[in-house]
Design a protein around this ligand. Structure first.
Ligand code: G3I
Length: 388
């Protein structure tokens, strides 16, 4: 098993080895920088593999390469596509060693009409994962969105307290031993704060509208959820997951203060999920340096770092955009590999065919390593190379 320290040392070695005599490194830089050279980088219509005049294509799968670093490489998935689209399952099952449910473990999905929960879609995903020796991350138990319509702010605090505890207990018990890590609480902070003033706790049905009994007490309701989760499955790793916390900023400061408080007082918390729904503006040296230092401060608390929902949206499908996207995917993979506590690298889907981006960001898309026809994009080769 490769330790994080060994992983770090190997990456540094790879960086130091960037000399013209290293065909592997030369190949990587060709893949990342040259649009005209993309034909040298394996991968469908974006590159046809090597020939006698070019270095050999990088082989193996993302999972095989990532496993050498003791890193899980995962994707969000949906069971309906396992049934309707055979290519979907063959790529997911061969390229990744982890999956998460994009929607099918959310409260609204498992209990749409009544408190009685059923897990048909999620069970199918877990079964697929087991057949393909993939780990499963659970997403997500406590969220202000995708709350079933039978749960409303007219419920009393006492009722909501019972509803939420029962939900956490039911779902975690059902998947105990099958889901190794859970996003217990998702997106509980606002995008406010400024300077050294951290972001505030989001007003939600679970916090203060009317909440489960901790309104006005900041992160106390999150703490309660963590204790319920730990009681439901003491073996599961428990995560707090959010967006816009990738760099050091008032929102990540708020999450950091919570994490520091929880770890100081023994509240169950194993790690932080950093979503990483980003665009090309993220490829800025100051931003990337801030990601590294942000990861470092959470790691110093002893917490695991999971990249949970990575996608890099584009405004067009030009070769230049694909090359820029590939570069950023590779840089984020390198940052994760350099941080021993970064143990999971997960994308939000894997094919542009089913990405959530076009439906939520008008005019944008092309965010994932495979295109809508399952051709590997330069981003795929960049990840494969980074994980080598
Ligand atoms: O399941 C219903 C279906 O019955 C109905 O016919 C159809 C009609 O619109 O809607 C279906 O539900 C949709 C669901 O995805 C499943 O496809 C919802 O409308 C749609 O809003 C929902 O979007 C998901 C979104 O979370 C909200 O839950 C996206 O697919 C999913 O990618 C997105 O994921 C979130 C993470 O959970 C948290 N972080 C941000 C990330 C992106 O928004």
């Amino acid at each position: 098993m490769t330790t994080g320290v060994a992983r770090h040392a190997k990456l540094r070695l790879q960086i130091l080895m960037r000399t013209p005599s290293s065909s592997q490194v030369l190949f990587v830089s060709l893949c990342l920088s040259g649009l005209a050279l993309l034909t040298a980088c394996g991968g469908g219509s974006y590159g046809g593999g090597g020939n006698n005049n070019n270095p050999p294509p990088v082989t193996a799968t993302l999972a095989q390469n990532a496993a050498k670093h003791n890193l899980k490489v995962g994707a969000a998935a949906d069971s309906q596509f396992l049934v309707s689209d055979s290519t979907y399952g063959s790529v997911l099952g061969s390229e990744f060693n982890e999956l998460t449910a994009e929607n099918e473990m959310k409260f609204q999905s498992v209990a749409p009409n009544s408190p009685t929960e059923s897990y048909t879609g999620a069970d199918a995903l877990v079964s697929f994962a087991q057949t393909h020796q993939m780990a499963v991350r659970g997403h997500t138990l406590v969220w202000h969105s995708q709350v079933p319509s039978w749960v409303t702010p007219t419920d009393t605090t006492t009722q909501l307290n019972t509803i939420l505890q029962n939900h956490i207990n039911s779902e975690m018990t059902h998947f105990a031993g099958k889901v190794y890590a859970w996003d217990v609480v998702n997106e509980a902070f606002n995008d406010d704060g400024s300077g050294s003033t951290p972001a505030t706790v989001r007003s939600t049905i679970w916090y203060d509208n009317p909440g489960i009994g901790f309104a006005g007490q900041g992160t106390a309701y999150i703490e309660q959820a963590m204790f319920w989760a730990h009681a439901a499955d003491p073996t599961a790793k428990l995560f707090y997951n959010d967006y816009n916390i990738e760099t050091q900023n008032p929102k990540s400061d708020a999450v950091y203060l919570m994490a520091q408080d929880f770890t100081n007082r023994g509240v169950p918390l194993n790690g932080i999920g950093f979503q990483f729904h980003v665009d090309l503006s993220f490829d800025n040296p100051n931003v990337l340096a801030s990601v590294t230092s942000n990861f470092q401060r959470f790691a110093a608390l002893g917490l695991e770092i999971h990249i949970t929902e990575l996608d890099i949206r584009l405004s067009d499908s030009s070769a230049a955009s694909f090359a820029a996207q590939a570069k950023l995917y590779g840089e984020l993979a390198a940052i994760c590999l350099q941080q021993p506590k970064c143990t999971t690298f997960q994308t939000w889907g894997f094919t542009d065919k089913y990405s959530w981006i076009p439906g939520f960001f008008t005019g944008m898309g092309w965010a994932l390593p495979w295109d809508a026809n399952y051709q590997k994009k330069p981003a795929y080769t960049s990840l494969l190379t980074a994980f080598q």
